[in-house]
Design a protein around this ligand. Structure first.
Ligand code: C2O
Ligand code: CU
Length: 463
């Protein structure tokens, strides 16, 4: 009775407030929040001051989000920063409205406001999320985290680790991040480089493992511009997936693994170092090599190593068939320091390089500086696109396509692994192919974030 009377009373009240019903109804199904906020964290080694960061949940990287393949991610993004922001879900074959690109797929979320992200995850793999507003600043301040989509049947490993690789630019005296996010030098050269390289927010990341233990390592390059060149010492294993997508067969990792900004790799490695010894994931391009992650080997997991792992199960769809018709596009990357760019289109006018530099803009795609009003191509849904990219600049660039993975068309006309970010060296010319099977407006930009902010940004429309 009591319950029933309460129900009657509250439904009468609700009727009186009919105008507010939809909002109340919405509030009752509100998602778990993911709040971007300032925090102070110890990034630099002990003895150095703490650093003020912007992080999801107040940490950098933000929380690891884990979803089962085919599942749904629902988060209410709450912006408690002093700047507008948004979240992009890098590498996800996502509903366009959830892609998180201000000015293209949504309005930037103002301070104090929120946005409900709600989408399904069709592909298993290692992905990440990061701010897509003023990214060169916001990602550098810490607004990024890992997004893991788990296979129905995970591979047989003893343990899994997610390593977010990042470099921070920090003043060693104050521990603070210098505010020069628009530095013309960083923009016109290799991008904003840090002086403190971390793994998942930790300097000197160290863990204890056992000999013959099998680890799955999920590596994510979240740096603004740094290219990580990694090797294994005292570990042996295979690359299992790149940019989230499984390779058809495990590829022995005996040389180096190169990860440009935005790129990911899944490795399965066995600890082969002796008991009592040390193994490393190392940056092998630095003088004498530098540890990225240190593994102390204590004890033995088994007497012998296991056999070669099975390939990870392929993700559904993703068919790129080059035998039929295709749309052929070209993208010439131009500009930057020592790039010889004379003039380009900027804000609707043809202007000289000097004038561009005065506007703190340095790069062009097909002679256009910055985000054009109209797409570089309008594609019918399902079309196969072949895109030839020429890097006519003096710097490497990490070209990222939103919403769809592509494969590189190799010189023998076979297709390389599925990727969402292609690292291109200076003077390289390479071709990628993708199926335009995800409707919407999708960015194509350099993931060296200072480059994206100073010209290297365009988009395609899939109808
Ligand atoms: Cu990871 Cu357009 O970005
Ligand atoms: Cu670039």
């Amino acid at each position: 009775m009591q319950t029933r009377r309460h129900f009657m009373a509250s439904s009468a009240a609700a009727t009186a407030l009919l105008g507010f019903l939809p909002r109340q109804a919405k509030a009752t199904v509100s998602f778990e929040t993911l709040e971007a906020m300032s925090a102070s964290v110890q990034l630099a080694p002990d003895g150095y001051p703490a650093t003020d960061i912007w992080g999801y949940g107040g940490t950098a990287p933000g929380p690891i989000l884990r979803v089962a393949q085919g599942g749904r991610l629902q988060r209410r993004f709450v912006n408690s920063l002093p700047q507008a922001s948004s979240i992009h879900w890098h590498g996800i074959r996502i509903d366009n409205a959830m892609d998180g690109v201000p000015g293209l797929t949504q309005a930037a979320v103002e301070p104090g406001d929120g946005f409900d992200y709600d989408f399904t995850l069709p592909d298993a793999g290692t992905y990440w999320y990061h701010s897509h507003n003023r990214s060169a600043e916001q990602v550098a301040r810490g607004l990024h985290g890992a997004l893991i989509v788990e296979e129905g049947t995970p591979p047989d490993v003893d343990r899994e680790e997610v390593f977010v690789l990042d470099d921070w630019l920090i003043d060693p005296e104050t521990g603070q991040i210098p505010g020069d996010f628009e530095s013309p030098h960083a923009r016109s050269h290799a991008g904003r480089m840090g002086n403190l390289i971390l793994t998942s927010g930790v300097f000197d990341k160290t863990m204890t493992v056992q000999r013959n233990e099998r680890l799955r390592l999920r590596l994510i390059n979240a740096a603004n511009a740094r290219i990580f060149v990694l090797g294994l010492i005292g570990l042996e294993g295979w690359t299992m997936a790149l940019d989230g997508m499984p390779l058809p067969a495990p590829e022995p990792l005996d040389e180096v693994l190169v990860l440009g900004p935005g790129q990911r790799a899944d490795l399965i490695v066995d600890v082969t170092a002796e008991e009592g010894g040390t193994a490393y994931l190392a940056r092998v391009n630095e003088a004498r090599g530098a540890p990225q992650v240190t593994f102390r080997v204590r004890g033995q997991a088994s007497l012998a190593r296991r056999g070669i792992p099975d390939a990870l199960p392929p993700n559904p769809g993703h068919v790129i068939d080059l035998s039929g018709d295709s749309v052929n596009l070209t993208l010439n990357m131009e500009g930057g320091a020592m790039g010889g760019l004379r003039e380009a289109m900027f804000n609707g006018e043809q202007v000289g390089f000097r004038e561009l530099a005065q506007a703190n803009q340095f790069w062009a795609f097909n002679g256009m500086v910055g985000m054009p009003d109209s797409p570089m191509a309008t594609l019918d849904r399902g079309q196969i696109v072949r895109l030839t990219i020429s890097n006519d600049t003096a710097f490497p660039h990490a070209m990222h396509l939103h919403g769809m993975h592509f494969r590189e068309v190799l010189t023998d006309n076979t297709l390389g692994p599925m990727r969402d970010t292609l690292l291109m060296d200076s003077s390289e010319r390479r071709e990628i192919a993708f199926a335009a099977d995800n409707p919407g407006d999708w960015l194509l930009h350099c993931h060296m974030l200072s480059h994206a902010a100073s010209g290297m940004m365009t988009w395609v429309r899939v109808t």
